[in-house]
Design a binder for this molecule. Structure first.
Ligand code: HPA
Length: 269
């Protein structure tokens, strides 16, 4: 991936000097349509990964929120779609090259913690990389960061604290927990969920972790929020479906949007 050539094209189209990049998870993309700003379709950028679902192009939107330039990515690239890890981590890499300091990730996740229910929002405290690979494998990109990046406090404690303060102010209850990433695309078996629970996971999903590794590699601060869209396999008696995931995100849209926008307004970069 020629990240520099991609970043140059994006800058030439007027998207630059960003402060924050934010990726919108499954069913949460609406936020990019609600903010005012400069839109750029991924398809307009040479070398950018091509979405696997025709007609779901994916785009970025640069919006100024309370004096901060926030770049929203609507439509992410998942490992299970067949993208390489180098493609999967394009957002944090581009964010870094465009001047970003903070990477805000969101996703849809299954709830493992028995205290969680569908519709809950979970601030990510830490993660388990169970994808069996790592986006930094291969020659190190020294321009981004070191060969062996530290992952202590991958999710920035001050940013997490601010997210909770904003949740409190808005009367939105937030959970906290560990996000485990598997490749998917099949959902987990009940035995796998039991295993994940034993390992200390509170939620499970198929994204985010590679991006966070690449973000930390390049020194971006990270903060993440998972939308618990369903109870994980075996925790729930019902079969899992993508429809349920989308139904839940539809229900929490309003709260989620309020929380994120208030966070973006308030955060000091
Ligand atoms: N498992 C994995 N990924 C998910 C889930 C789940 O239960 N829900 C939403 N994304």
């Amino acid at each position: 991936m020629d990240y520099i050539a991609i970043a140059r094209q994006i800058e030439d189209k007027g998207i630059k000097d960003i402060d924050i990049a934010m990726v919108l998870g499954s069913g949460l993309g609406f936020l990019a349509d609600e903010v005012q700003g400069k839109n750029l379709d991924y398809s307009k950028i040479k070398g950018f990964p091509r979405p696997t679902v025709e007609g779901h192009g994916g785009k970025m939107v640069l919006s100024n929120i309370n004096g901060k330039n926030v770049l929203f990515f609507q439509g992410r690239f998942h490992y299970y779609e067949g993208y390489s890890m180098k493609e999967v981590v394009i957002f944090p890499r581009i964010a870094k090259l465009l001047g970003g300091k903070l990477y805000l990730v969101t996703n849809a996740a299954g709830g493992i913690n028995p205290d969680f229910k569908p519709g809950d929002l979970m601030v990510i405290e830490d993660h388990l990389n169970l994808m069996g690979t790592n986006p930094l494998i291969g020659k190190n990109y020294d321009m981004f960061g070191p060969r062996f990046p530290d992952m202590t406090e991958a999710y920035n404690p001050e940013m997490r604290k601010l997210m909770f303060e904003i949740g409190d102010k808005l009367g939105i209850e937030l959970k906290s927990g560990v996000y485990a990433a598997l490749t998917g695309p099949s959902y987990e078996t009940p035995a796998e969920i039991k295993m994940l629970q034993t390992l200390g996971a509170d939620a499970v999903g198929m994204s985010t972790v590679p991006e966070v590794i690449a973000a930390r590699h390049s020194g971006l601060k990270v903060v993440g929020v998972s939308c618990i869209t369903n109870l994980a396999a075996g925790v729930s008696k019902n079969p899992l479906s993508h429809e349920e995931v989308l139904e839940t995100t539809e229900k929490v849209k309003y709260h989620f949007g309020k929380l994120i926008l208030k966070f973006l307004e308030t955060v000091v970069i």
